[in-house]
Write a protein that binds this ligand. Structure first.
Ligand SMILES: C[S@@+](CC[C@H](N)C(=O)[O-])C[C@H]1O[C@@H](n2cnc3c(N)ncnc32)[C@H](O)[C@@H]1O
Ligand code: SF4
Length: 433
């Protein structure tokens, strides 16, 4: 067993008291879901659109090449899945709605409006809409369609502003072209316009990153989500790389690069709103589903409610066939002990870079200090806490980076196992994390 795997196992034992975590094909029954959902006050919706016009060589998500006929069948299947949850959740408020992918904008004129109509009719939507998009889909006409769909917050994958890195990532546009799309989209006054940007690219210098980030900050963007390039073993770029994510030189290079981004964005009036995101002061944050219970619709949609997590089949043809046959498309589920739920809560609060002890108390009916107080004392001693007013804890930039690097030991490994297997097998018997 590698040192990384041994360290991961010990830390998981310590935090969750579990020696293993295994998702199985034991599907929650209609009755058990009805029972679980009875007491909830609100929930979030995530809708997955698994289609793209191209497959990028680094991309870990559940995607396949778009074709119009499948997309239209997919829209009708999603509507059947919505009917199932509408019966269970009735008119309880939906307080977060996120459409991700893949590339949701490939379906703009091919079923997305059919799904939106059905969601508006079936659920009690009381929130803004956040959606991902691809630059090549954001023509002036399509931006009008997006506005007409009442999307409030839009994200776009720009990834780089240098042609040689756009070519390396096989992105189908030039730096000049994508800058024009950014300007056109910024002029449409979304409440938050987020741009995704990838750094720590092979061969990228600190000077190149600084130039690109400064250029991005000079455009009229509300939020920049800057991710280091991660290597997933089942992707074309990840397959030949063995220790790309965890090698010490790479971890230190990412830290130095992230510090360059922190300096530029703080200087230009952006605040940090997650490990990788910087949001302009005064702008709302662009983010995925934010509430403790969420329902994931579509192929690879994941749902979470307190002590259970379940995941739909990744295969869109199986998804369509199963839902058309009147069955739920859930492929795998995991029951979470209380320790696992608390660790899951803590993981996301570190990701958001701040959290309140009172929120933990409200969620678990337990004192945060009794469960995690010793960790917070250790984080303070290491300089990982920027502010602690007795209730709210705000992590320092150093703390955010190093704590999240530890989290990545789990998340990158779990994603590789869970998504890697689910992409190959539509109905896996089990996946051990
Ligand atoms: C679903 S895509 C965004 C929308 C659209 N499909 C596109 O590519 O423009 C989500 C984002 O995840 C990020 N991403 C994908 N694969 C990544 C990887 N291997 N490492 C780091 N970031 C990655 C990219 O910044 C990408 O924009
Ligand atoms: S990065 Fe975006 S466009 Fe590329 S394959 Fe992934 S989801 Fe599709």
């Amino acid at each position: 067993m590698s040192f990384t795997a041994a360290f991961r196992n010990s830390l998981r034992n310590l935090l969750t008291k579990e020696s293993s975590m295994v998702l199985t094909n034991r599907i929650p029954s209609h009755e058990s879901l009805e029972e679980k959902f009875r007491d909830i006050d609100e929930f979030g919706l995530y809708l997955h659109i698994p289609f793209c016009r191209q497959i990028c060589p680094y991309c870990p998500y559940n995607i396949e090449i778009y074709d119009s006929e499948t997309a239209q069948k997919y829209a009708l299947a999603v509507n059947r899945e919505i009917d199932f949850y509408a019966k269970l959740l009735g008119k309880k408020p939906v307080t977060s709605f996120y459409i991700g992918g893949g590339t949701p904008t490939v379906m703009l004129r091919d079923g997305l409006e059919v799904i939106f109509d059905h969601i508006f009719k079936s659920f009690n939507l009381q929130c803004e809409i956040h959606m991902e998009s691809h630059p090549n889909d954001l023509t002036p006409g399509n931006l009008e369609v997006i506005k007409a769909l009442k999307v409030d917050n839009l994200s776009m994958g720009v990834e780089s502003l240098q042609d040689k890195y756009l070519q390396l990532l096989k992105r189908p546009y030039t730096a000049e072209e994508v800058k024009r799309v950014v300007e056109r989209t910024a002029a449409k006054d979304f409440k938050c316009f987020n741009v995704d940007f990838i750094f720590a690219l092979p061969g990228q210098t600190y000077g190149e990153l600084e130039k690109a980030a400064a250029e991005l900050a000079s455009l009229d963007i509300d939020q920049v989500a800057s991710y280091p390039l991660f290597y997933f073993p089942y992707t074309r770029m990840g397959e030949p790389i063995k220790r790309g994510n965890y090698s010490l030189p790479e971890i230190l290079r990412r830290r130095k690069m992230l510090r360059i981004l922190e300096n530029i964005y703080y200087d230009r009036g952006y605040d940090r709103t997650s490990v990788w995101a910087f949001t302009k002061q005064g702008a709302p944050k662009y983010c995925s589903v934010t509430v403790p219970l969420y329902v994931g619709l579509g192929a690879s949609g994941g749902s979470y409610h307190r002590d259970v997590f379940f995941l739909n089949t990744f295969n869109d043809h199986e998804y369509i066939k199963t839902v058309e046959g009147g069955k739920m498309p859930i492929a795998l589920s995991l029951d979470l002990s209380e320790n696992m739920q608390m660790a899951w809560w803590f993981y996301w609060r570190v990701y958001e870079t701040r959290f309140k002890r009172s929120a933990f108390q409200k969620r678990f009916g337990k004192s945060f200090n009794e469960v995690y107080g010793s960790y917070i004392r250790m984080f303070s001693a290491l300089g990982y806490v920027k502010r602690d007013d007795g209730d709210e804890i705000v992590l320092s930039d150093k703390g955010i980076y190093w704590l999240h690097s530890v989290e990545d030991l789990f998340s990158l490994d779990y994603i590789s196992k869970l998504w890697g297997t689910s992409k190959q097998e539509p109905w896996p018997e089990k996946v051990a994390l």
